[in-house]
Ligand binder design. Structure first.
Ligand code: SF4
Length: 500
């Protein structure tokens, strides 16, 4: 075992530097406000996103309301993830032992580079130039496809939405529905244009009917499943006591990836550990309801090492840290590691609904991306500094989260970290000045008199721009100060005091 989750408890993740390189795929992404402005101009995307998020949101609400004790279930989910995180080192060692006893080979990877190297070595040892993949956020996080491609190996995504993103030379925009920003006619065009370049072409008479699109994808992928010698996956859960990995999905393509190839490589973030088999019970109720609005997900595939004559005969599991130990070291921030990637927080977020996922500059978009990226990568880059502000702090994400991650609390904490690390800025100077004025009643009275004089001069009109505060006033008007302060009104109406 080369990696231990051993960040000093109580320290802020920002204290560690550098945590993790900003993804090469997203290098050059502007900070959130600029990227969001560009995305907001895409009216078609906004329409696609609104339709999709509202549909899933309604379905989720209906199935959650069916459960009388949903809140108790959320608490149970949060508690068992906390138990796993509190004793993560012990459970990881138990997981390693169980997997090894089951015939799997366990590898430990400190970071993306190490994980990619391990996977590449295994794939190259099989002398193949292609692999099939089940949708996996962690392999996107480490940019495994790009690493394989650089070595001349094609990694075929087999999840329908991932296939659309890959064929469209695009980036994922949602945790669960990576192609959420595309509508049916755009998907038809991508299939017609691209499928023939990398395998079986789409039928020439393809329409934008969902069953016809799904059929074209199925035929295209079937060829790849049947000839692939190596499959690559992530895992939704990793059970320590039995050494079982679990993938939940809707299409069955994942199950083909997990069972057909001779060799299976699973890359798993260390936070995916659950202590016991029984812990799966609450998780398999919370996850499908929160993600797709279903009572049960259609396919749950579990594998525990090698089984002679059945499924892959060589199984590798890469346990990945990549910044997670640092998050674990922060008592408040570690709750983000409870995340089961259900995407419920994205589907209720008013900011995500309008900007989509690309503006977050990572495979982790939406509210959870706004906290997880700066936690995993640190707040050194412009984009990671801006993400904690990509929220209205309305709290809808906390209400929706099945494992009770208090995302608004984490966002406020991260904003504090960003401000503290920024040192002296015009904003911090303004805040210090405000604190100085507000800490003394006499100073406050003088400031109020000055403000009411300004209010009389502007005639109650809103202020469109204030010199030095361009970042604020570019996006919003500042109300004009009132012509009379409350103190002045009190003195005039009640005749007591001097209105100061
Ligand atoms: S933060 Fe909560 S709601 Fe958002 S993806 Fe993770 S588990 Fe789901």
């Amino acid at each position: 075992m080369t990696t231990q989750p051993s960040g000093p408890v109580g320290a802020s993740p920002a204290a560690y530097a550098p945590l993790q390189e900003t993804s090469p795929t997203f290098v050059g992404m502007p900070k959130f406000p600029k990227a969001a402005r560009a995305e907001l101009a895409n009216a078609q995307q906004r329409k696609n996103l609104r339709h999709a998020t509202h549909t899933i949101r309604t379905k989720r609400g209906n199935v959650v309301r069916e459960i009388d004790d949903w809140e108790a279930l959320r608490v149970a989910g949060a508690d068992l993830k906390d138990e796993a995180l509190t004793h993560l080192g012990d459970y990881l060692e138990q997981l390693e032992s169980s997997l090894t006893a089951n015939g799997a080979v366990v590898h430990w990877a400190r970071d993306a580079q190490e994980a990619n190297r391990i996977v590449l070595d295994i794939v190259q040892s099989k002398h193949v130039d292609e692999v099939v993949k089940v949708k996996s956020m962690v392999t996107q996080e480490i940019e495994l496809n790009e690493a394989l491609e650089a070595a001349g190996i094609n990694a075929w995504e087999t999840d329908l939405a991932e296939l659309i993103v890959q064929l469209g030379h695009d980036r994922p925009s949602h945790i669960l529905v990576p192609a959420i920003h595309r509508n049916r006619s755009e998907i038809r065009e991508i299939f017609l244009r691209e499928m023939g370049q990398v395998g079986r072409p789409a039928p020439a008479d393809l329409t934008d009917d969902p069953p016809r699109l799904a059929e074209a994808a199925r035929l295209h992928l079937r060829e790849k499943f049947l000839r692939a010698k190596v499959g690559i996956s992530g895992a939704n859960f990793a059970i320590a006591d039995t050494g079982t990995l679990v993938v939940v999905e809707s299409e069955g393509n994942g199950r083909m990836c997990l069972t057909l190839p001779e060799t299976l490589i699973s890359v798993v973030g260390i936070e995916k550990v659950l202590p016991t088999w029984e812990d799966l019970g609450p998780m398999l109720q919370l996850l499908p309801r929160s993600s797709t609005g279903e009572r049960m997900n259609p396919y749950t595939t579990m594998w525990s090492g090698v089984h002679e004559g059945d499924g892959p005969q060589e199984v590798h599991v890469v346990l990945l840290d990549n910044g997670r130990s640092h998050v674990l070291g922060d008592r408040l921030g570690r709750q983000a590691l409870r995340c089961i990637r259900c995407s419920a927080c994205l589907n209720v977020c008013p900011v995500y609904e309008r900007t989509g996922g690309h503006a977050y500059g990572s495979v982790y978009p939406g509210p959870i991306g706004a906290v997880l990226n700066p936690q995993l990568r640190g707040t050194a880059s412009d984009i990671d500094k801006s993400l904690p502000y990509a929220s209205s702090l309305c709290g809808a994400c906390f209400d929706a989260c099945p494992v009770r991650i208090n995302i608004p609390e984490l966002l406020v904490e991260l904003r504090g970290t960003v401000v503290k690390n920024a040192g002296n800025t015009p904003e911090s100077a303004a805040m210090k000045a405000a604190a100085w004025v507000l800490s003394d009643p006499k100073r406050l009275a003088v400031a109020q008199r000055a403000a009411t004089t300004a209010g009389r001069l502007t005639g109650g009109k809103p202020l469109r721009s204030i010199p030095g505060l361009g970042a604020w006033t570019n996006a919003r008007d500042v109300p004009s100060p009132p012509k009379e302060s409350f103190r002045q009104w009190w003195a005039r109406e009640r005749g007591k005091g001097d209105g100061r």
